[in-house]
Design a protein around this ligand. Structure first.
Ligand code: RNT
Ligand code: ZN
Length: 411
């Protein structure tokens, strides 16, 4: 790297080599579901649960072979340490009813991950299924429905534990349910009490090995068709996670548009030793757009670094755009996550904190703005080179070529 670049950062007390080392230690969990529009391998039909993919770009992966081929293509252009985030619907081999899912259905994935030194994370899939009755699962008024999904989640704990054990890297099982109501509820309390009981049953039914896995719960404000009420709200899961000693997962698209999601991170770390994230980009609503390197993403990355939270967080991505090349979508979003983290790691937070604590807010503002012109992109290029990953001008051409040779032939 050019000496002048190193010196420019050094002037502020920032060691660019340490920043690259810290970035390399941070794992990003790449969500497989961007590559096939959240369809999975079960042939379960349309996507339900208040989430939606729009667009019909050619080349959607239709099976394990195509999906892993596309994943390999994407991973090639994403520097740094990676995991793959799976959903139950990506079960392979003998497809079973979702409530009966187990490690057997994920052997192929473990072999895939092992071969590449990747970790795996996991999500029970509580949508796109007939047992999601009237949009409800773990909070359903119907006991049979609740039992079905409880069983799915208990078996999912076993899958996640299997990942953690087999791969020697901790695995996260994240529970998100779409339960909610379209219009003003007659009863808000009942479904929440039922959800609490269902979750307690899941957690007490199987004593998973906490050394190899964690469980998180993901809240939401609303979904399509469930605009008026979501059982698993932010307050619900914050309290649930805090009282049960599990993790709370922040999906950056699941809050009111005027809420500053980054601001939540320091409050959370005040009480929770560890956090989990689904980093997404909401456009007007939880639209799951591809991550851009915008202020919202940078703010999240900055807070993670400032709170010393990188080693205490599961950082996963969560978006699904079917209107553009899906591999490029995965690459662009993941690289932007890495870039935001690198920029955060290249910032002299101690210096800025000192200025704030000595009431010199003018100097804070001046320095914050001055830092924006530092040549962080030079460090990014160096990082990509060290990781043997192509830079901005080169990877896109390769993906376009793959589109011509492979993707457009998938009809
Ligand atoms: C939905 C949640 C959930 C899903 C994925 C597919 O609003 O964000 O995390 O996006 O599990
Ligand atoms: Zn999410």
């Amino acid at each position: 790297m050019k000496k002048v670049v190193v010196e420019q950062f050094k002037k502020y007390g920032v060691d660019v080599y340490k920043a690259m080392r810290d970035l390399k230690k941070t794992k990003i969990s790449i969500h497989c579901w961007q590559l096939d529009d959240v369809q999975g391998f079960e042939n379960s039909g349309s996507l339900t649960g208040g989430i939606q993919t729009t667009g019909n770009y050619p080349g959607r992966a239709r099976n394990f072979e195509e999906l892993t081929q596309d994943l390999d293509m994407a991973i090639k252009f994403i520097p740094g340490s990676k995991k793959i985030n799976l959903h139950a619907i990506y079960q392979t081999g003998k497809i079973v009813d979702r409530c009966d899912i187990g490690p057997e259905q994920f052997k192929k994935w473990v072999a895939y991950a092992k071969g590449r030194g990747l970790g795996l994370d996991y999500n029970p899939t509580i949508f796109s299924h007939p047992m999601l009755v009237d949009g409800m699962s773990l909070s359903s008024p119907d006991e049979n429905v609740r039992k079905y999904w409880i069983k799915h989640c208990i078996n999912s704990l076993k899958v996640t534990e299997y990942f953690g054990k087999e791969l020697g890297q901790k695995s996260l099982m994240n529970i998100w349910i779409p339960d909610g109501l379209k219009d003003d509820p007659a009863d808000r309390f009942g479904p929440r009490i039922r959800l609490k009981k269902s979750l307690d049953t899941i957690l007490s039914s199987y004593k998973y090995d906490k050394k190899v896995m964690d469980v998180s719960v993901e809240s939401k404000v609303f979904g399509i068709g469930v605009e008026s009420y979501t059982t698993g709200s932010n307050e619900f899961y914050l309290n649930y996670a805090a009282t049960r000693g599990i993790l709370n997962l922040i999906d950056t698209g699941h809050y009111h548009p005027t809420e500053n999601v980054a601001d939540k991170i320091s409050s959370m770390f005040t009480f929770f030793p560890r956090l989990a994230f689904h980093v997404s980009r909401p456009v007007r609503w939880d639209s799951d757009h591809v991550l851009k390197l915008n202020d919202n993403l940078q703010d999240v990355a900055d807070e993670l670094v400032k709170c010393n939270g990188l080693s205490r967080s599961y950082i996963g991505l969560d978006y699904f755009d079917a209107s553009i090349n899906r591999i490029a979508a995965l690459v662009i979003g993941a690289r932007n996550m890495e870039k935001a983290l690198l920029r955060a790691l290249l910032t002299p937070w101690d210096l800025l904190k000192k200025l704030q604590d000595s009431y010199d807010h003018t100097a804070v503002l001046a320095l914050q703005e001055e830092l924006k012109t530092l040549p962080w992109s030079e460090v990014w290029n160096e990082y990509c080179e060290r990781e043997n990953v192509k830079n901005e001008s080169e990877w896109f051409g390769e993906i376009k070529q793959y589109e011509q040779e492979v993707l457009i032939k998938r009809i």
